[in-house]
Write a protein that binds this ligand. Structure first.
Ligand SMILES: CC(C)(COP(=O)(O)OP(=O)(O)OC[C@H]1O[C@@H](n2cnc3c(N)ncnc32)[C@H](O)[C@@H]1OP(=O)(O)O)[C@@H](O)C(=O)NCCC(=O)NCCS
Length: 165
């Protein structure tokens, strides 16, 4: 699949490559993010991003799409967004560098990603798994039109956005 840049209001989502690890090293400052990414250091982050460049899950069943979120004009890295696509469904995840939070970039990026997944890949149902204690992430999901469901995934709650036609 040919991924493309996705412009959003405040930033641009650019298909992630191994070398973006250097600009996103700040994600490793937080233990929770190190756990999500299953990496402890920059070399491992670079190796993970390199594997993601295949855009496929190891069994080939899912499309794994990742973007680096960059400031539109100067290209400064702000964070990362991910979509795991299976048929007409996709699950999404997002994180900003700690220094770049608080400006609404994640909400903006998630809205742009949602539109792109629907328009370009025909995705009709998006989900995000969010801990109730993660207030910023809950706000981001709400701002991108997701609704809380009664479903759980481990300790997290499944949020969902359905898109018509
Ligand atoms: C979740 C995350 C991406 C949000 O990034 P962001 O763009 O900086 O989001 P903001 O700081 O603009 O906050 C979004 C909303 O949460 C609110 N918020 C921020 N910090 C908050 C806090 N501690 N308590 C309550 N609300 C908070 C903001 O006021 C904003 O609300 P608004 O949209 O009504 O203005 C960022 O916090 C992050 O990367 N966290 C670590 C990774 C993570 O948790 N990812 C989500 C996994 S499900």
């Amino acid at each position: 699949m040919n991924l493309e840049d996705i412009p959003s209001e405040r930033a641009v989502l650019i298909p992630l490559r191994a070398e973006d690890a250097d600009d996103l090293a700040g994600l490793l400052e937080e233990q929770q993010l190190r756990e999500w990414l299953s990496v402890e250091d920059l070399d491992a982050l670079r190796a993970r991003f390199a594997r993601w460049e295949s855009r496929r899950s190891p069994d080939g069943a899912e499309t794994w799409l990742n973007w680096v979120v960059r400031e539109s004009r100067e290209g400064r890295a702000l964070g990362w967004v991910q979509a795991t696509v299976f048929g007409e469904s996709a699950s999404v995840a997002y994180a900003l560098l700690p220094a770049e939070r608080g400006a609404g970039v994640a909400s903006d990026a998630l809205r742009a990603l949602t539109r792109w997944l629907h328009d370009r890949l025909g995705v009709k149902t998006l989900t995000a798994e969010i801990d109730d204690a993660n207030a910023p992430s809950v706000r981001v999901a709400v701002a991108a039109g997701f609704e809380r469901t009664a479903r759980r995934a481990g300790d997290e709650v499944v949020w969902e956005r359905r898109l018509s036609h």
